[in-house]
Design a protein around this ligand. Structure first.
Ligand SMILES: C[S@@+](CC[C@H](N)C(=O)[O-])C[C@H]1O[C@@H](n2cnc3c(N)ncnc32)[C@H](O)[C@@H]1O
Length: 263
């Protein structure tokens, strides 16, 4: 009997080790539905234009805390003239650097996305590209106004301590925060206590403490110390990402029907 008869005479290949687990939520913040998020960022960016109209000589900085690769995603084809793309946060921000007195800081941690940003905007005047939003605070000192876009892949990536520091470092600031409610609810739904479930339980408890509050808009408002706040409705983006966009500001001008003023 040929032991290898059903393998064409060749010894069977050894069992492959299972592929390395890739958690969907690691990249939950970017996907085919991202155009919805990009659209809301575009609407909320009215804050910046309103500020500029009122204070045309103010020194302004736009900070994209989580710039990604600067690429939009396909929009539905509405005509015969080629594909339409949404405008990612980095593009939204970098376009404004064409104006005097407006400076842009793009932050991106991942090396290949950082390289793409460099290729696109590396020589654009008044655009600075850095690897980590943790390094941004010294760069914003001396500006009259900052608008900050926070768009991480999950609740752990907002850099809320740095958002708070930016809020204190400039006299006027607006924040546009893309929350992943699904991510926060997942964290809040984890096991109860370290005593019950050992080390994993301890990690879960720490994670709940650090990020569990992030589904509460009023906690964000308190952290950033601004008078007003508006919120989008809750929008399902993917199986791991449910979006709620907050605008936290000194004065709220997002009057679009996509946003409701909360404070
Ligand atoms: C959801 S993606 C950004 C999507 C992009 N804003 C858009 O408009 O499509 C989140 C990005 O934040 C980056 N990131 C995470 N932590 C960071 C940090 N501390 N500083 C800078 N970028 C960070 C990730 O590498 C990832 O590319």
């Amino acid at each position: 009997m040929n032991l290898f008869s059903n393998t064409g005479g060749l010894p069977p290949s050894p069992p492959r080790s299972p592929p390395k687990r890739k958690r969907d939520r690691d990249d939950a913040g970017k996907g085919p539905q991202s155009w919805k998020k990009h659209r809301l960022f575009g609407l909320a960016f009215a804050q910046f234009h309103a500020f500029r109209r009122k204070f045309p000589n103010a020194r302004c900085v736009i900070i994209d805390f989580n710039a990604g690769d600067g690429e939009g995603v396909d929009l539905a084809q509405g005509d015969l003239f080629g594909p339409n793309r949404s405008r990612a946060t980095a593009e939204l921000a970098a376009q404004q650097a064409a104006t005097d007195n407006v400076f842009v800081i793009l932050c991106e941690k991942q090396a290949d996305r950082f390289a793409k940003l460099k290729e696109k905007y590396g020589t654009t005047p008044r655009v600075t590209i850095i690897r980590d939003h943790r390094d941004v605070v010294p760069l914003v000192v001396g500006f009259d106004y900052a608008i900050v876009l926070s768009d991480p892949c999950g609740p752990a990536g907002h850099g809320e301590d740095i958002l708070g520091a930016v809020s204190r470092a400039v006299p006027k600031a607006d924040f546009i925060i893309a929350l992943n409610l699904h991510g926060v609810n997942r964290i809040n739904g984890t096991h109860q206590s370290a005593e019950q479930v050992g080390r994993a339980g301890k990690a879960n408890a720490t994670s709940r403490e650090r990020h569990g509050w992030k589904n509460d808009p009023y906690r964000w408002q308190a952290l950033l110390g601004r008078r007003h706040m508006a919120s989008s409705r809750v929008i399902p983006m993917s199986s791991t990402f449910t979006l709620q966009m907050l605008v936290i500001a000194d004065f709220v001008v997002v009057k679009d029907s996509e946003f409701e003023v909360l404070a």
